[in-house]
Ligand binder design. Sequence first.
Ligand SMILES: Cc1cc2nc3c(=O)[nH]c(=O)nc-3n(C[C@H](O)[C@H](O)[C@H](O)COP(=O)(O)OP(=O)(O)OC[C@H]3O[C@@H](n4cnc5c(N)ncnc54)[C@H](O)[C@@H]3O)c2cc1C
Length: 570
Amino acid sequence: MFGRGKQENTYDTIVIGSGISGGWAAKEFCERGLKTLLLERGRMVEHVKDYPTELMAPWDFRYRGDLSAEIKKDNPIVDRCYAFDDGTKQFFVKDAEHPYIQEKPFDWIRGYQVGGKSLIWARQTQRWSKYEFEAPLRDGFAVDWPIRYEDLAPWYSHVEKFVGISGNRDGIENLPDSEVLPAFELNCVETHIQDAIHKNFRDRHVIVGRCAHLTEPQPIHLEQGRGKCQARNLCYRGCPYGGYFSSNSSTIPWAMRTGHLTLRPNSVVHSLIYDEEKGKATGVRVVDAVSKESTEFFANVIFVNASTLNTNLILLNSTSHRFPDGLGNDHGVLGRYIAFHNYRGSLWANFDGFNDKYYSGRRPTTAFMPSFRNVFRQEMDFLRGYMVAFSAGRAGWSRGNGNGNFGADFKDGLTKPGPWQIYMMMQGETIPKFENHVRLSRDSQDQWGVPQLITHVDYDDNDRMMLKDFLEQGEAMLNAAGCININRNDSQQSPGLDIHEMGGVRMGRDSRTSMLNMWNQVHGCPNVFVTDGSCMTSVGNQNPSLTFMALTARAANYAADRLTKDGKIE
Ligand SMILES: Cc1cc2nc3c(=O)[nH]c(=O)nc-3n(C[C@H](O)[C@H](O)[C@H](O)COP(=O)(O)OP(=O)(O)OC[C@H]3O[C@@H](n4cnc5c(N)ncnc54)[C@H](O)[C@@H]3O)c2cc1C
């Protein structure tokens, strides 16, 4: 099926996937002078040029930005994602295009294009602390992380300076400070709730969210061709200012400028090639997304950054005599211990007061509370904890938009600010478990000849107890702040819709219980590195992508050190 590759198909490094983590691998390698091939299954999306809706106003869309009933009907899975609308739909995978098998319900939200989901992420960025890295060992779940916070701290700084993170230096032990640009501000009701929480709950912190937006671009950002965030809140369409971080605006053009990058869109990686004689991976098999033609590419080092579940899929599909159950899968760990974030709980409330106050402008973040449960010791009847995000706004927009008002009433509604409304949500850590897994279908393939993925991932009692605690604590905090009409909600959403799926190729010290070592190398095949979310041993409660970027930059520089020094990686 696959013809032999030629000399021109040989590179120093191959990176699979051009999203958040793959973009970072490519950037680091190219800066180190390594000839790098970046393989991307989706189409080309060039910064600015390929953002067709970036400047459109609501009235430029047929349904004012809403999707047609037909698109919704055809896409029940991706339509559940809040960011999927008429202005952004071109960056999301449609349900019918890339089928998978849900043995248990799993809303798999994907972005297959150059830039991956970096175009459509919500850009919230928090570091992990030592407490997340120590949690599995302390609390007796998963396996011990082979690294600690200190190993990653310099790489967080490295990444943050380049990405540009807005926020404050908050000095919170379990949410280490980032390298920051000026923060956005909380409004008066959020500040009021912040004060009430600080007064009534001494163990809790409320801060303004840290996010990957340029509030005051530094020379390194201007050099990338990026400018100040205009707080338009149209980010999911692609930002013509480069105000937020994406692979398209930042890492890929940066890598391209070195002259060492070959970017190859429409390249579906089928599997990795394992050479039995050499005892290492020598390349990848690629199917052209359009022509379906097969090609092989070769390199000394291969980074797999296809996003959590696709990386699992590619490795499971990379079988050989040495690895009949998938590359590196000597002990049946591959595809297992998938975890995610528990987003089920939310609360709505009103605040009666500050009626003479308003705010102007938009803001790409909210108020944010780092976890306060089980941080320093185990104290609840469930393991781990959750972060809380909340925001307050005046509800004029909601009366004008979508609740039946029309004509003069509609306009009249928009001219009045409306009551203050508060929305609060959780982001809970889930515990990786053996039974939560993905595997390959033996019967069904996609149109590129790749087996379909089967998802078998579910909540457990720990998640339900955590949800209950959040809803109680959320209500208590809103009560303490004098909020009224408090409503609790359990969305019962399926795993996956959090879009923070992680694991399956976890890091660990022991090759019998984990797939990757402390440098993200596959234990049994060290010239293959995995640094996207699939490498996560546990999932913390923080938004994960900043950690994927830091792990990627760290591993890429380790690989580059070895390649430039020894010429190979054993
Ligand atoms: C609406 C939304 C909001 C989010 N908000 C946040 C947030 O606030 N903070 C946060 O930290 N995270 C957030 N995320 C999650 C974040 O987008 C992901 O964690 C991040 O993009 C993962 O990076 P990645 O490199 O692993 O994968 P991706 O960015 O998805 O990139 C993977 C790339 O690999 C390509 N690929 C897949 N399979 C193959 C193959 N076989 N061959 C070749 N290429 C392949 C894909 O096409 C894609 O381009 C959000 C996501 C969404 C959709």
